[in-house]
Design a protein around this ligand. Sequence first.
Ligand SMILES: [Zn+2]
Ligand SMILES: [Zn+2]
Length: 270
Amino acid sequence: MLLTRKISFSAAHACRNPVWTDEVNVRMYGSCALGTGHGHDYLCELAVAGRIDPQTGIVVNLVDIKQRLKRVVGPLDSSHLNVDDPAFRDKMPTTERLAVEIWNRLLPAMNDCELFSLRLHETRTRRVEYRGDPNMVDVTRRVEFNSAHRLHSRFLSDEENARIFGKCNNPMGHGHNYELEVTVRGAIDERTGMVIGIGELDEVIQREIVERYDHKNLNLDLEEFQTVNPTSEEFARVIWSRLASCFTRPALYRVRLVETGNNSFEYYGE
Ligand SMILES: [Zn+2]
Ligand SMILES: [Zn+2]
């Protein structure tokens, strides 16, 4: 059984290697490399695992988990990570490293349940997930784009298409504000504190996905949908295959395509 507890905190940081040029810094740390420092409202989601106690009916008291989280995260709140936290005096306080630090500080207090995963959201569009193995850290980036499509299968008659896809089979099509989450999984590079450069990841997603699909009609403008019905299932698979070859270390782990607030699709490869 998994239980999740959230806690948020605000902290300042600066991620910039003084030896590198601005260009190299931005490719690695994105806008976190700009200026003298800035802050984030971090959101931390901790999942713990355990068995249900047959007498109490709970795995572990979430009030205790909340207290343990507060003891670890409290001192980070309203701090400047580079200056105030001894762990970051001589290494960059990236979100990857911050997730590992919070995990390691929580670990000794977890005697009645198991730490399962720690998700640390740096912004609404970037998060890190840690499960105790520094060689398998997930970094997720979220982007948005807008495309039109018409659901229509060339293998079916017009009547069958109309019956299965309903108004989504409308001959003139319709559009969505798609949200895409791209997750890569890999080791934290000791030199940078990152799994992948923020600018490097963004460059691939922009080039392969946003520039290709934003403000396009999938059926009319894209050769990959000339024979493939642009359902979100197929779209997620097409996105996966475009991105997978761009990543080796770290490797592509997951794509999640949100078609509307009610429908989302995840793909992990074959
Ligand atoms: Zn930052
Ligand atoms: Zn649609």
